[in-house]
Design a protein around this ligand. Structure first.
Ligand SMILES: [Zn+2]
Length: 310
């Protein structure tokens, strides 16, 4: 059996246990570090995030997948410290964010083979000189189109996957471009069962979901609680329907939360929910709709295990 890279070492896919596939310990928009008015207190951030992860551990969480791309404030040593303090496994990613939201002045100048080299290095040698290795590959597209740069990043993700066996997870916007992401992966020869199309719950069209599920990938229903984008009721209705007709092996729930944001804070309350929202609202709603404990276990334990098994 293959081993999975976590930020504190390796484990077997069987050891992952109850896993959330898309949450963030900390994010930061590129450029925050140049804002001279910002004071970042790393120890205070560690205490805040550790506290939030302990709440999840007490609900039963065993593994936290943080697919933060390298240009969204990824700090793998911070992740390792949180993992040590909480006992929750953390898996980090290599890969790049979207054309408009990432830090790509540098990466736009890189050729495809350079991106593959960087991703494979993160996955097999380690990130910087930390010795911490990425456990999966992230890629991302914006709303309604895939730019040349994003396509290059997707192809790099596919090729790094083929070289290393590490699975791929994606970011989509407004529930668009998931099928086109799959087209790019398929053209590179990727087995689509090793791919999660993230934020698929941002689209309420069941034909969008079914078309991708038929191709064998897993769909991230991973933005529960972000009601400013789409109400939970819509996400739930689609998920309950898909679970009801037998797609439980291809769905993973999460909240796409961020326990900490470096830099200036947005005005007003955060639109993101703490992932305990799943335990307090979403799992009870699934149970009330007749989803049994066996299917909940499938989406929380079995699917992550299979996704990380090569
Ligand atoms: Zn995310």
């Amino acid at each position: 059996m293959n081993l999975v890279n976590t930020v504190t070492g390796t484990c077997s896919p069987d050891q992952l246990g109850l896993t959330l596939m898309h949450e963030h310990l900390m994010i930061a928009w590129a450029g925050w570090e140049t804002d001279s008015t910002v004071r970042y207190d790393r120890e205070a951030a560690l205490r805040l995030v550790t506290d939030q992860v302990k709440q999840l551990r007490d609900l039963g969480l065993e593994t936290f997948v943080d697919p933060c791309p390298m240009d969204l404030g990824r700090d793998v040593e911070f992740m390792a410290e949180v993992s040590h303090r909480t006992g929750v496994r953390v898996i980090c990613a290599t890969g790049l964010y979207t054309h408009t939201l990432g830090a790509n002045a540098y990466y736009r100048q890189r050729k495809l083979e350079e991106l593959v080299e960087i991703y494979v290095h993160d996955l097999t040698v380690g990130i910087g000189n930390t010795g911490i290795k990425a456990g999966l590959i992230k890629c991302a597209t914006g709303a309604g189109r895939i730019t040349k740069y994003e396509e290059r990043c997707l192809r790099a993700a596919a090729q790094a996957h083929l070289k290393t066996g590490a699975p791929i997870t994606t970011h989509t916007e407004n529930g668009t471009m998931g099928p086109q992401q799959l087209d790019i992966f398929a053209s590179e020869g990727v087995d689509l069962s090793r791919v999660i199309i993230g934020h698929s719950c941002g689209n309420s069209d069941l034909r969008y979901h079914l078309g991708m599920l038929e191709r064998g990938c897993t769909l991230g229903f991973d933005r529960f609680g972000i009601e400013v984008l789409l109400p939970d009721k819509v996400r739930l209705a689609a998920m309950i329907g898909l679970l009801g007709i037998g797609y439980e092996q291809q769905l993973v729930p999460s909240c796409d939360s961020a326990a900490c944001l470096k830099g200036r804070q947005p005005r007003g309350p955060s639109p993101l929910k703490h992932p305990s929202h799943l335990w307090h609202k979403i799992f009870p709603a699934l149970r009330a709709a007749g989803v049994g404990e066996d299917k909940l276990r499938t989406i929380l334990v079995d699917n992550p295990r299979r996704f990380f098994s090569s």
